[in-house]
Design a protein around this ligand. Structure first.
Ligand SMILES: [Cu+2]
Length: 172
């Protein structure tokens, strides 16, 4: 069968593009250590008050004899609760698990300069675990268009040395 040389060119280019896109995905997961945000279940966005999201903030838990932290965050047009009005404060070098959901519309939760980045979806819980290796401040931005003040939706995570961590900021 004769295939015209232009046709051959476009067929080869198509296969090349597919190979390139697959390679970028593999590169992201292997070399950049990207992970897909876990499916952590669903939640009724109208009734967050009866869940840990009703009292959002940082909780201390003991897991396998280690002190870990859980951070419950609501993303609401146009702030992170907590995160915007007051920063999320966690100690360095401890495992921190974020649980994030949205009572209104789709938002993003992107910890600037890191690979911590998730969509927050009404009815879904986004969950990821990290360990902040050093004390410093991180910015959070919303990276999903969520309304007219989307561009000012931002917050902060304060990672402090363990000795300076103020446990009075924890929620029950
Ligand atoms: Cu937004």
């Amino acid at each position: 069968m004769h295939i015209h040389k232009f046709e051959q060119f476009w067929i080869k280019l198509s296969y090349g593009l597919i190979a390139f896109f697959i390679a970028t995905v593999i590169y992201g997961f292997v070399a950049m250590d990207l992970k897909v945000i876990g499916d952590s279940g669903t939640i009724d966005p109208q009734n967050l008050q009866d869940t840990p999201f009703g009292n959002p903030g940082v909780r201390e838990i003991i897991k396998n004899g280690e002190t870990e932290y859980e951070v419950y965050v609501q993303t609401i047009q146009f702030s992170f609760v907590p995160g915007t009005a007051q920063p999320i404060e966690v100690p360095a070098n401890h495992r921190v698990t974020f649980y994030i959901t949205s009572p209104d519309v789709l938002h993003g939760f992107d910890v600037v300069g890191t690979n911590l980045n998730t969509m927050t979806i009404p009815g879904q819980i986004s969950k990821f675990t990290t360990i902040f290796p050093e004390a410093r401040e991180y910015g959070i931005v919303c990276n999903e268009y969520c309304g007219p003040a989307h561009h000012v939706m931002e917050g902060k995570i304060n990672v402090v040395p363990e000795s300076e961590f103020d446990k009075s900021t924890l929620v029950e």
